[in-house]
Design a protein around this ligand. Structure first.
Ligand SMILES: C[S@@+](CC[C@H](N)C(=O)[O-])C[C@H]1O[C@@H](n2cnc3c(N)ncnc32)[C@H](O)[C@@H]1O
Length: 383
């Protein structure tokens, strides 16, 4: 296995042997759960109650990115670099290099332990540190569980003065715990322009359509997709796209077009394609809003789409770096239970204010605070 080597990299078993400093059953208090404090403490505490917790099927995290910056909020603005002495600190992103990677890796190991067998994790990160994080993710979740490196278009083009291309993207690394994971296929609307461009043929009834091959790469001779159909085998090195019985049904229902030279192709109608939409690809355009409540606040639609694709209505959604609570808000709107953790007082305050704006859906949630970083708790049941 390829591994990232750096100083002071702790062995996994040592990390997981570390006892939780919290000795309380957080599950007794019920979900949703908003937790203030270092997520390392809370994750190990949650792990102790894993059996009672329910199924954490989706984790989205947007941790610090090792930018070396302090993220602040002023009277009327949210800033990335402290600009006024009166600004309030939202969070500082000061860990660098191997210290940052180890900080994240330790938390990823705990997150993997908490994730259900049918679960997915999405890690939002930038292009500067993201490639190191990809290797750490391969180590922790297994290369075989890597699904996508999603390019997210985060803003409109910028007029950089430096000698380099403008940066308008960040990345989201998508992994699953196993091969058998929740997947509600994400579809996008096909534009009329695409439909007109792709579905140019017209049948006798006036319906627009296109045709696609009925065979696909890679050879198989054992299953039905490798058997002869109408006395003909799939072309060399290819297999039928469906079983020969299904090809027969398609032909009987008029969904195979035969060329003059006897070459069969499958018919796809434009109206069917419009209804089904097109499969979402790995470049996503979800720009962050201009007016935000918290520095680095992410686009809610982006997170809603992840929740819809990778969780079910009975799933628990966990965000261990929840910031202004975007994930928690979207999870509430989609009626999922959630757990949110953040160490910053301002993040928790912003999250609470944003949750209050969810008029009808206003979720009742449990709030716990690790006041002195480990020993005392302030508990209140928010309505
Ligand atoms: C990039 S921001 C998350 C923004 C969030 N996605 C949103 O939409 O608002 C990262 C957050 O991680 C939090 N954080 C950093 N270290 C943490 C730790 N050890 N435990 C919990 N939260 C932490 C910061 O306070 C910050 O709010």
């Amino acid at each position: 296995m390829m591994q990232l080597s750096y100083n002071h990299k702790t062995c996994e078993s040592v990390i997981l042997d570390r006892p939780s400093l919290f000795n309380m059953d957080v599950t007794l208090l019920g979900l949703p759960l908003l937790l203030k404090g270092d997520n390392l403490q809370w994750l190990s505490a949650l792990y102790q109650q894993k059996a009672k917790l329910g199924s954490i099927d989706l984790i989205y995290i947007d941790p610090p990115y090792a930018t070396g910056q302090q993220f602040t909020v002023g009277e009327n603005r949210v800033a990335t670099i402290s600009q006024s002495l009166d600004d309030k600190l939202a969070y500082s992103d000061e860990l660098q290099g191997e210290q940052f990677l180890e900080f994240l890796r330790i938390r990823l190991i705990w997150l993997r332990e908490l994730l259900s067998e049918q679960g997915s994790i999405y890690v939002h990160i930038d292009y500067k540190i993201g490639h190191y994080v990809k290797i750490i993710m391969d180590e922790v979740f297994g290369k075989q569980n890597f699904r996508n490196d999603i390019t997210r278009i985060k803003c409109n083009p910028k007029n950089f003065h430096r000698k380099a291309y403008g940066n308008v993207k960040d990345m989201i690394l998508f992994y699953t715990k196993t091969n058998d994971y929740i997947w509600n296929d994400a579809r996008e609307t096909l534009s009329e322009e695409d439909l007109n461009r792709l579905y140019k043929k017209q049948d006798t009834a006036g319906r627009f359509y296109t045709t696609v091959p009925i065979h696909a790469p890679s050879q198989t001779r054992n299953g039905s997709t490798g058997q002869p159909w109408r006395g003909v085998l799939p072309p060399e090195g290819r297999h039928w796209r469906c079983a020969v019985d299904d090809l027969e049904t398609l032909d009987k229902t008029g969904l195979i077009e035969w060329s003059k030279t006897g070459n069969p192709r499958r018919i796809i109608y434009a109206d069917d394609a419009r209804r089904k939409g097109k499969k979402r690809q790995d470049i996503w355009d979800f720009k962050d809003e201009q007016t935000i409540n918290y520095p680095t606040q992410k686009n809610g639609d982006l997170i809603a789409s992840i929740i819809e694709t990778s969780s079910n209505s009975n799933s628990i959604i966990l965000d261990a770096f929840c910031g202004s609570g975007t994930t928690l808000l979207e999870a509430s709107k989609l009626q999922r239970a959630w757990i949110g953790i953040d160490i910053s007082a301002l993040a928790i305050e912003t999250t609470q204010k944003r949750l209050e704006t969810l008029q009808l859906l206003k979720p009742s949630y449990t709030y716990l605070e690790d006041k002195n970083c480990y020993d005392s708790f302030k508990l209140n049941k928010a309505q």
